[in-house]
Design a protein around this ligand. Structure first.
Ligand code: IMP
Ligand code: MG
Length: 184
């Protein structure tokens, strides 16, 4: 049988496109209100945040700048911190004195946010906040503050709208749960 993305791997959408569109519009307005009159730089964490970032940026109706960084999370169960986060490609902009909002796809253990916070604060931004499409609070290993959250989800592995399983399914236009797959 022809293998298409939608024919068997996924259960029903966990979050539909329309629900995301509505929620992102509201969040964009809230962010605009909080940052109005300031110098805002939003930074997308690639690859996972690419779809959310593009929609969120267009939902924030104030002037802002965009930039990106690419991270990779190397999982290692033997390590107490569950692995290491590496910056593969850093932000091109200078963060000093800027109001920086980091845009993530999902906050799971919290290690990525903790690492980015520590690294990026070295550049002395005026403010540093975090925004995520999805939050999985049940999986948290380290306590982190996430300032803007679109959706809280239970402990299930999800794909689509930027999120991957083994680097595939990022182009699925909605969030689906990948059944029978246990997050490594
Ligand atoms: P954390 O450092 O454990 O918070 O990991 C966050 C990263 O893990 C995200 O940016 C994703 O790349 C990945 N991740 C965690 N949960 C999921 C999931 O359910 N689906 C796809 N990727 C996930
Ligand atoms: Mg990933």
């Amino acid at each position: 049988m022809k293998e298409t993305m939608e024919n068997k791997l996924f259960g029903k959408p966990v979050i539909h496109q329309e629900a995301m569109r509505k929620r992102i519009k509201l969040l964009g307005k809230k962010i605009a209100k909080d940052y109005e009159g300031t110098d805002l730089l939003i930074v997308g964490v690639l690859k996972g945040a690419f779809a959310f970032f593009a929609d969120l940026a267009r939902a924030i109706p104030i002037p802002l700048e965009v930039d990106f960084l690419v991270v990779s999370r190397l999982r290692d169960k033997r390590r107490k911190d569950g692995g290491t986060v590496k910056i593969i490609s850093n932000i091109a902009s200078d963060l000093k004195g800027r109001n920086v909002l980091i845009v993530e796809d999902i906050v799971d253990s919290g290690y990525t946010v903790t690492f980015l916070k520590k690294e990026l604060l070295k550049q002395k931004p005026n403010s540093l906040k975090f925004c995520t499409l999805l939050n999985k609070p049940e999986r948290r290993k380290v306590d982190v503050t996430v300032d803007y959250i679109c959706f809280e989800i239970p402990d299930r592995y999800v794909v689509g709208y930027g999120l991957d399983y083994k680097d595939k399914y990022r182009n699925l236009p909605y969030i689906a749960s990948l059944d029978n797959v246990i997050a490594e």
